[in-house]
Design a protein around this ligand. Structure first.
Ligand code: MG
Ligand code: MG
Length: 252
């Protein structure tokens, strides 16, 4: 059975926009907060404090038993990193912070990979290509296009750089739930998949490895790392399909 993709009303979109703006402000503020010497737990505490100051709830805290407000993933950690007070960031690291907020029952979800201090040229290129691929994908969001067009935009942009697209994790619909239909893979064929309609809301989230695409989950049952230990990056926005294109809900 194919589950249907929910279309959000203007009232629902308004709530998701409010949630998304808060998420965007928090991720923006972390650009100056993240520096060598802070721990991944410091980031989580800051995220929790800011989400609370918006009178919102952290979407990830307790989700499936996740123990923190932010997923904080360092270097070869791709997603679902658990913040830790012994994990201190050093210059040259890259760190992904993935957060979500809930406002009046509606979710937002966004992620950004930050440089810590001065990073290598290869890391810098990885971040740029991955972030650019997110916007290439977003450009494909319009009524009439299909989900495969969005997926293909990421893959066709990223792979010529010699990077690989993670297969085991992908984007998703969201609304009153953090994860709804449809799945939004970062690879696929143009002209395939469900047609995009105004009112659909999807989280698009390219996950890109410098090395091979294989990943594994650490014994803590959360943290996902690249199997070959290569660096990886992850950028995500919550995006609504509008009458004539798209609206990025997790943008300032
Ligand atoms: Mg996320
Ligand atoms: Mg997501």
């Amino acid at each position: 059975m194919t589950k249907s993709i929910e279309l959000k009303s203007e009232t629902e979109l308004k709530k998701m926009r409010t949630a998304g703006k808060a998420t965007a402000k928090i991720l923006e503020s972390l650009k100056s907060f993240i520096k060598p010497g802070i721990t991944t737990e410091d980031i989580d505490k800051e995220v929790f404090k800011q989400i609370s100051s918006f009178n919102m709830k952290p979407a990830f805290l307790g989700y499936g038993g996740f123990p923190a407000s932010a997923c904080v993933s360092v270097n070869d950690e791709l997603v679902h990193g658990i913040p830790n007070d012994s994990c201190e960031l050093s210059s040259g690291d890259i760190v992904t912070v993935d957060i979500g907020t809930i406002y009046d029952g509606y979710y937002s979800d966004s992620a950004f990979t930050y440089p810590v201090g001065a990073i290598s040229e290869s890391a810098e290129k990885l971040l740029k290509v991955t972030e650019d691929s997110l916007y290439k994908a977003i450009e494909q969001v319009k009524p009439g296009n299909r989900l495969g067009d969005v997926s293909y935009a990421v893959q066709s942009y990223v792979e010529p750089f010699g990077y690989s697209i993670v297969r085991d994790y992908c984007g998703h619909g969201l609304g009153r739930n953090l994860h709804e239909e449809p799945s939004v893979p970062n690879f696929g064929k143009p002209g395939t998949g469900p047609r995009l309609l105004p009112g659909m809301v999807i989280a698009i989230e390219p996950m890109v490895n410098i090395g091979k695409y294989y990943v594994r989950v650490l014994p803590n049952e959360w943290t996902v790392v690249t199997r070959d230990g290569s660096l990886c990056a992850h950028f995500e926005h919550t995006v609504a399909v509008t009458k004539d294109g798209y609206e990025i809900l997790t943008q300032l």
